[in-house]
Write a protein that binds this ligand. Structure first.
Ligand code: UDH
Length: 288
């Protein structure tokens, strides 16, 4: 089965020397542009021949230091996904990660729930493989500098420090949305994300509270390398601003123990291992 295969793949590569701490093929700044159409899935597949079914990769010449699940909350953003795969697969390979890309696709037209989708991504990915850490990644953010390595962080890491949409200035110090990365230990310590944020906003601030309440501080790479371009888009129907978000984030301290991974309920509608990513379509049992 999948798990046995994955274990075998790791042990095979374990005979190889550990990859260097600083991957030698990093390029630094990357030119990212959305002016022309994204590459098709076929084109991206062809230019990334070492990516295996399900969107998985591990360096063939050394044993990666980090086994990472890239988890993307998703609904109806096919063009963004094409750009994401086109740009991010080459970057993640140069970073010498052992990684796999998961698209967690919300089923149905109800209110979007980004945080709960990311909990599902965590819960499903750990059935496949022994991931050490989890990068939670908006599909519309493309890394512009490959020196911001998606390695397992000492403390929960906020990655989208500079975003072109915000003129590369951090909007506020406690921001913990966009792209973040936590180890399995850090993520389980905070009981994952809240499942209660339907519509836009607040779930990332709630996660920041969780991290702080468990005595952790977040970390960031310097703004000069932790840079992203955002693919512009309109607000979707089903992702309207959630007016309850302020009430919810005031109560993190009393809700986090019971609202999160420990209370996660969902139904997998479909799972497909595509050439460039694993797709998991999920019913989140949203409010009527
Ligand atoms: N997402 C989807 N589908 C949706 C909504 C959200 O896939 O319908 C995912 C996607 O990964 C996205 C992330 O959730 O990157 C965050 O949602 P968002 O991009 O809508 O949030 P953001 O804060 O934008 O980036 C809010 C709306 C901005 C409207 C600006 C109009 N000029």
């Amino acid at each position: 089965d999948r798990k046995a295969e994955a274990v075998q793949a790791v042990s095979k590569n374990a005979e190889l020397p550990l990859c260097p701490l600083e991957p030698p093929n990093l390029q630094g700044h990357l030119d990212v542009s959305f002016a022309s159409e994204p590459h098709t899935m076929e084109q991206t597949k062809e230019s990334n021949p070492l990516v295996k079914i399900g969107g998985a990769y591990l360096p063939p010449y050394c044993t990666s230091r980090w086994k990472v699940a890239i988890i993307i909350p998703f609904r109806d953003r096919d063009t963004h996904l094409q750009y994401f795969l086109q740009y991010m697969h080459p970057t993640l390979q140069r970073q010498e990660l052992d990684y796999r890309i998961y698209i967690i696709n919300q089923y149905g037209p109800g209110k979007f729930n980004r945080a709960k989708l990311m909990n599902v991504g965590y819960a499903e990915s750990i059935k496949d493989d022994t991931f050490q850490c989890f990068t939670f990644h908006d599909v519309d953010l493309i890394l512009e500098n490959d020196k911001a390595i998606y390695s397992c962080p000492e403390r929960p890491r906020h990655l989208s420090v500079g975003v072109d949409k915000f003129k590369y200035v951090l909007p506020y110090t406690a921001i913990f949305g966009g792209v973040t990365e936590l180890t399995k230990e850090q993520f389980t310590k905070v009981n994952g994300y809240s499942n209660s944020f339907w519509g836009w906003g607040g779930e990332d601030d709630d996660m920041y509270n969780r991290v702080k309440l468990k005595g952790m501080n977040i970390m960031r790479y310097p703004g000069g390398i932790s840079r992203y371009r955002m693919i512009s888009h309109q607000r979707e129907k089903g992702n309207e601003v959630n007016p309850q978000r302020f009430d919810l984030i005031r109560k993190t301290g009393s809700t986090m123990a019971t609202d999160g991974l420990s209370s996660l309920k969902y139904k997998v509608i479909a799972r497909e291992d595509y050439p460039l990513y694993t797709n998991i379509t999920v019913d989140l049992f949203g409010p009527a």
